[in-house]
Design a protein around this ligand. Structure first.
Ligand code: GAR
Length: 217
């Protein structure tokens, strides 16, 4: 039986595509029941439709408050009874009620080596700070922005002539490796969450997550 998940997006959906591709290739035993975007023109919705996945566009602009939007979003997600909710470039700050409802069964990917560079423009900020390396983190979602328990990180060297665009491209290709891997671990019930702690194969994952290397696949 494939593992039911719902994916939330706001944009291009290349991470969604990585999940679709790996599931078509039989590398991931998941069933993406629905893709939901807060932006009707998100390209990721086209990717989902091409893969025959149900889509919903729910504009936050149609709601008077963050609470009302999150309540409706939760209702749509719950209809599908997913075992996991995957935020893949979903650019919304979520209410505590929403994050509590999905606690321990909602993942996010963030383009930095957390706890560094929470929020936006992470690539430029890492270059400006003259960091030697930059990267990406997959983490459980908590009520605090980009702050839940980290599961996996992957890093890349920042070269002398690096721009935010070249760095974003390098980080994106790492995203497409580590996000499907974390989803695979969760769907195989190897990865879980207990009271703010991420656990893999019964062992607590260190605070900065597991650093990706090829042998993990
Ligand atoms: C990704 O780079 C992801 O890490 C980032 O949005 C992009 C979505 O790309 N997420 C965040 O910044 C969340 N704070 P995609 O739509 O091509 O998957």
């Amino acid at each position: 039986m494939s593992y039911p998940i719902v994916v939330l997006i706001s944009g291009s959906g290349s991470n969604l595509q990585a999940l679709i591709d790996q599931s078509l290739q039989g590398k991931l035993n998941i069933n993406i029941c629905a893709v939901i975007s807060n932006k009707a023109d998100a390209y990721g919705l086209e990717r989902a439709k091409s893969a025959g996945i149900a889509t919903h566009a729910l504009s936050h602009k149609s709601f008077d408050s963050r609470e009302e939007f999150d309540t409706e979003l939760q209702k749509i997600i719950d209809q599908y009874q997913p075992k996991l909710v995957v935020l893949a470039g979903f650019m919304r700050i979520l209410t505590e009620t929403f994050t509590k409802h999905f606690e321990g069964r909602m993942l996010n990917i963030h383009p930095s080596l957390l706890p560094k560079y929470k929020g936006l423009n992470t690539h430029q900020r890492a270059i400006d700070a003259k960091e030697a390396e930059h990267g990406v983190s997959v983490h459980f979602v908590s009520s605090e922005l980009d702050a839940g328990a980290v599961i996996l990180q992957a890093s890349t060297k920042i070269e002398n002539n690096e721009t935010a665009d070249t760095l974003a491209t390098k980080v994106h290709s790492l995203e497409h490796i580590i996000y499907p891997l974390a989803v695979k671990w969760f769907s195989e019930e190897r990865l879980s969450y207990d009271n703010g702690q991420a656990i893999l194969d019964g062992k607590a994952i260190p605070e900065n997550g597991i650093r990706y290397h090829k042998e993990l696949i």
